[in-house]
Design a protein around this ligand. Sequence first.
Ligand code: ZN
Length: 302
Amino acid sequence: MFETNNSFRVGRYRLDAIPEFEGARMPPAAMFTKASPAHLDRLLERVPSDSYDRDRKVLYTSVHSWLVRDDNRLVMLIDTCFGNLKNRMPSHPMFHMQSNDWLAKLAALGVEPQDVTHVINTHLHLDHVGWNTRLVDGAWTPTFPRARHIMPRLEAELALSGGLMRHEANERSIADNVRPVVDASLADFVDPYATIAADLKLIPCYGHSQGMLLVEISGEPGAIVGGDPLHHPLQMLDPDVNTGFCEQPEQAASSRRSFLGRCADEGLIIAPTHFFAPRFSQVKRIEGGFDLTRLSQAAILA
Ligand SMILES: [Zn+2]
């Protein structure tokens, strides 16, 4: 049913989603912890039918990476999910010590770990850095031994100095997902607007985390890929609705509103990490907020 929901082209790049998890995940109030249930109910009446299970009252969400390839040798992963065999209790039981087939999905697209040239961790939350490492002989070992791992400097320096906001599972993730690639000299800390490859740069979107950078790819239309500018289409209707994971709620909402405004005005495709269906779309302005516009079938790769 969602076969054409995974791949699209932007300029010189082909993008493929590699899901680690997708499907019905949590009740709306568990994700949007600060919004009133009545307000959420009103918004949920208007979201796409494939983003919310109305009978069971659970959100459809996803945790996926974007694989970005050109016609040459660039093989980039944007965000790397939770990873396998990580201790993520008590906050993330669904992803605790999991053993999933994400690497097999990558291989099915013709990519082995040693082929990956770039990993972009848009921010250092535990669901965006997980496959940076895997357990080999009892040690957390870089999964992509030839890749540059690109991280926001602001956030990486905070993380490595213990200055990130306190969150137990996230601190373990810094130790088992981030520190090993830094110690292996595979990490590059970059500033906003850094150009990573042709037609591909990182732009700031602060608030969900302290230093999140999103991937902007030029094209006709262009796209802004990865990260957590928003988690569910519901937030397009009211960009002030934050998740419980947004660290600086006011800034997160303001960044979300300007992100959506820019995407609407410039026709940009959005392709964030946690949208289940559609995984990517364009944006239009409506009264009080925004809504999504699905891409025409011609723009989508089978
Ligand atoms: Zn996330």
